[in-house]
Structure formats: C-alpha cells, structure tokens
Design a protein around this ligand. Sequence first.
Ligand code: UDP
Length: 475
Amino acid sequence: MKKQTELVVVSFPVTGHLLVMIELAKRLINHDHRRRIDTVTILLWKIPFAPHADIFAQSLIASEPRIKLTSLPEIREPPPLELFHKASEAYILESVKKIAPLVRDALSAIVSSSSESVRVVGLLLDFFCVPLVDVGNELDLPSYVFLTCSSGFLSMMKYLPERHRNIPSEFDRSSGDEELPIQGYVSSVPTKVLPPGLFVRESYKAFVELAEKFHYAKGILVNSFSELQPHGFDYFGRLESYPKVYPVGPILSLKDRPNPNQDAAERERIMRWLDGQPESSVVFLCFGSFGIHGGPQLKEIAQALELVGCKFLWSIRTNPTEETSPYGHLPDGFTDRTAAQGIVSGWAPQVEVLAHKAIGGFVSHCGWNSILESLWFGVPIATWPMYAEQQLNAFTMAKELGLAVELRLDYVSSQGEMVAADEIARAVRSLMDGGDGRREKVKEMAEGARKAVMDGGSSFSAITSFIGDLTVVDS
Ligand code: UDP
C-alpha cells in the first residue's frame, strides 16, 4: 500500500510569513491529485512581538483538516529584546537557534509516532529558520527553504558569503553609490538599496550565517514567478553547486484572511467609499504592518495629496505605544478640506482595496506581499521602502523591471529622513498618469501571474516538480 505523505513545516511566526506559508501548505495538499502532499504539520513557535501567532494560525487553517498545528514549548531563555531593537536579524537567528532542540524533539516524536501508513517526507523551513537544516540532517530528512521574498533577495543571499570571503565586514553607508555585481540581476546593484540590516555588524553576521546555511538545503522555493524575474531564475537554473530553486509564486492569501488588525466597521466604510469613486481614480497609500511615519512626515504626505488633488485612500500605521492619534498630526483643516477628495484610515483591507476598480495606483512600502498583491490586480506602484528588504524590492520593481515609479529607493524609516511634499506629489502624478506604457506593462504582468499558477503554468509546474522531488521514494 502506498504510504500517505506528511510534510513538517516551520514558519517564522509573524503575520506576513504565516499567511503565505499556510497558503503554500494549502496549495501543496490541494495540488494535482496525482502529485500532492497528504498532510502538513506546522510546528508553531512564538516570538514576543507577535504574541497571537497561534490564534492567527489556527484561524487560517480552520477550514483545512489536513493541516495540523503543534505548538512548541516556550523558549526558556529568549535573547534580550534590546538585541531585537539593535539588530533584528541577529535576534531572530538567536531565537531560531534556541528552538532547534524543541524542533528536534517534536520532529522525532512525529517521525516515531507516524503509523506504518504515513511517511514524513521532509521539512519546509521559512528562510529565517534555515539553521534547522541541521535538525533535518540529524533525522535524515531533506530540508527545503521557503523564501517569502523575490529572486533578487536570493541573489543577494548567494552573493553575501562570496563577498564575505574577501571583505569580512558589514557594508558601509558612506559607499552607498558603489555598485555591486550581484549575479541574477541584469544591472549592478547600488549598495544603498541593500537591506538596512547589512549595515549593522550583528545583523550583517546573521545574514551571512543564514546565507551560508542556504547551501545545505535540498531546494529553495521562491515566492515569485519566472515571467516576472526571468533573468534571476535563469541564473539559478544554470547553477550546479547550489540547491535547486523552484519559482512557485505568486503565493497570495486572497480569501479567508481574518486579520486581528482589521476593524469590521472600518472595512465597511472604506469599501463603501471606494464603490462611489470613478474607475482608476484613487491613489492608495499603505505602508505594511510596521510602516510608521512620524508627525512631520505625515504632514508632508498630506500636503502632497492636496497639491495633486486626486482621490486618495491613505492607510496610516500608528505606533501602538504612542498615545497621540496619527489624525492629530495631520495639518489643521486637512480632513475638512479633503472631505470630497479622499479618506484616511487605520488598517485597510488591502487585498480588497487593490482588487477594487476605483484604485489607479499604490504608494507602497514595497513589502514583497504588497508587491505581489498589486501585480496580481494590475495596480502600478510608486516605491517608498521603509525597512527589511524593501529597498531591494523597490530597486527591482523600478530599475530592474521598469514596473514601478521611483518615489524613493533607499529611504530607511529608522534614519529619520524626510521626503518633501513636492517630491511625493511628483511621484503620485506620474503614478496616476500611468505614462511610458507602465500601466499596460503591469496589466500584462498580472496576466502572467495568473497564468503561472494555473494548471500547466510555470509555478504550477514548479510545485509539481517540488512534490515529485520530495516524494521520489514513493514513486
Ligand atoms: N496589509 C493589510 N492592510 C494594511 C497593511 C498591510 O491588509 O493596512 C497586508 C497586506 O495586504 C500584505 C501584508 O499585510 O498581505 C503586508 O505584507 P508585506 O510583505 O507587504 O509587508 P510587511 O507588513 O511584512 O512589511
């Protein structure tokens, strides 16, 4: 009798990563009936800045009985939170090292308790959890990495250890205009668009350590698609001394996405307002889960919106520890003057907003999920990166692929720099004009994305190939 196949997954337990990893797990178990994974167990761990990960993950799998959650015990001595504030990647890496013995115990228990009819076929790890390949090796299980970012980020991770052998130190902001020959990019990449963590010693070391571990994975699944990044995927396809790369995206969570931040009445108000707006007339401004602007910057954005005069929906992220409401930072009389022009909101139902025909452009912090969502719905972006690897994403979209308007490429939220109203206004005008055939190009890419995930499409085939490689002993 053919054994049932079980995949064990370790995600990084914050909203964006969980959402996409669980969506991928759903695709794997619902893939083509001849090639699919039968069950998935997610080993769930907790990190202090995302304390409700378990409730959130539970809600995401509620309709899928073939995905199970197993909560790992709490980490006994978590790394100090000061490390997180100084060098978040180093904090994350230390945390992952601390969960390694917990993962080993849980995984051993799953393997030894699996009945004669079930075979654990491997481990699928969020890229932050890649050090757990050692646990997979100990238990003789192949480990695969899931990269929730672009092929450009993977190119950078391939490049880092190579550079580190010649220059074993973090990057220097004063050489920001220096161009780096990162393979997988058509153009050379300016140092200033690298993730801000690479300029901080502890985070840099963590990045290099993670990047070196990538080599020990059996394969790397990337949440992007060949039609979007052909150059990058061709490059990885030619490499022999690197794990096999599977372009499986876009993996998007478009339905069933309960969100702890979403207020139902606020959602209703936003969608009702959009229903009353002409087609492609509204610019949507939204900066991800953590894209917080200070009061003076909010004023510049407000002024820009008044200067341009187009319809707008502006989602403002607030600092949960700050008492002042962001609405208090808006210029005097702004809300009254713009009453017929636009609305300001807290957390927005971004996927529904981008799907709405009234939306004509998106000023985005360039989180990779936001980019994929905007491409899926054919909405052009103006780039305003803030943290994580968003600068690299902005560069990829504006310079490498010519799919976005460059508002900023190298803005870093923690550096307190200010973008002036007229600069924002210029980018918003260009975005809403849709000039240079950009709008058409983005619409074509939307079609490409939909074809990629359809039966027989490039990403669908990459998932088939991954499942085939994972379950090869069975066939
Ligand atoms: N999001 C949302 N409403 C908001 C802000 C964000 O629904 O007001 C969603 C967005 O649709 C995306 C995710 O949160 O799915 C953000 O992921 P991304 O990778 O773009 O950025 P991050 O928040 O991880 O920086």
